[in-house]
Design a protein around this ligand. Structure first.
Ligand SMILES: Cc1ncc(COP(=O)(O)O)c(C=O)c1O
Length: 274
């Protein structure tokens, strides 16, 4: 069986400098990719988000070189796996201030697919309303940066419940996303998702749904949404680019059967896997 490799700056089992700013300050970005039959699903959207994040953080990332290294890396990985890209600003001594001449560190790693029960897709999941909230930071919102302590706390909170995912709000009580997914709802035939402006991650699958819906002439409404909007919805689903679409079958006493819009996006997801 093929092993799951880790490369640091192009070297198998290479070392990361303890002074790397990714480690010291979370000064960097990451992407988690679904690899099916040797092909990265939604590759262009992942690279676009990474590039947008690098631009926002002023990290001089050469996307072309990164792509070449990723493709070389994947030839050494199991054909179906999860691949992770971490890009940090690089190694930069002590102190927050960085110098402009740092060169980014690139860590590539492969992992087995997560083993979620088949029922998550088929019948749906149980969700809770999380109590821990997301801070507001418009300059970082949307980007998949390495500062993920909020999600670490949220994942721990979720582990203390019997639920499979949680609806996460910002400090003003607006729903943002799930603990490790984006979230959509259907209301009177219309597809809605929270705006990602002050908190949260602009997920690749979320972006694919938005782009496909716009192209089909039925744009997704990105809106200010509250927990009560989700409780009153006709359908609710969580989604990410690695695990696909999970219908919500229960949330705070409300129950649903998976609806037709949710099933449509599940089919779309399966088609992307090839
Ligand atoms: C907090 C959070 N939001 C959204 C997502 C969805 O991201 P994507 O569709 O890019 O996988 C993830 C995925 O890991 C996540 O952790």
């Amino acid at each position: 069986m093929m092993a799951y490799p880790v490369w640091v700056d192009g070297k198998e089992n290479g070392c990361l400098d303890p002074a790397d700013r990714g480690l010291a300050y979370g000064d960097g970005l990451f992407e988690t990719l679904r690899v099916e039959a040797g092909r990265v699903v939604f590759l262009d959207l992942h690279l676009a988000r990474l590039q947008a994040g690098a631009r926002a953080l002023d990290i001089p990332l050469d996307s072309h070189l990164l792509l070449q290294e990723l493709l070389r890396f994947l030839t050494n990985c199991p054909a179906t796996c999860i691949a992770k890209i971490i890009v940090t600003r690089g190694s930069g001594g002590r102190g927050y201030l960085y110098s402009a001449d740092l060169s980014p560190s690139i860590i590539l790693s492969a992992h087995p697919l997560s083993a979620y029960p088949e029922s998550f897709q088929a019948e749906g999941i149980d969700a809770v309303l999380c109590t821990s909230r997301l801070a507001l930071q418009p300059r970082l919102a949307g980007h998949k940066h390495l500062n993920r302590l909020e999600q670490v706390l949220l994942r721990q909170e979720l582990a203390g419940t019997s639920a499979d995912e949680g609806l996460v709000c910002d400090m003003q009580g607006r729903v943002v996303e799930g603990v490790f997914n984006n979230v959509f709802m259907v209301r009177l035939g219309e597809l809605l998702t929270p705006r990602i402006e002050a908190a949260g991650i602009r997920g690749v699958f979320r972006e694919a749904v938005i782009q496909e819906s716009a192209a089909a002439g039925a744009p997704v409404r990105e809106d200010e949404l509250y927990p009560d909007d989700f409780l009153a919805a006709d359908e609710v689903f969580f989604c990410n680019s690695v695990n696909g679409v999970w219908p919500v079958k229960s949330l705070a006493g409300r129950h649903w059967a998976p609806g037709t819009v949710t099933r449509y996006w599940q089919d779309y997801w399966r088609k992307q896997l090839g």
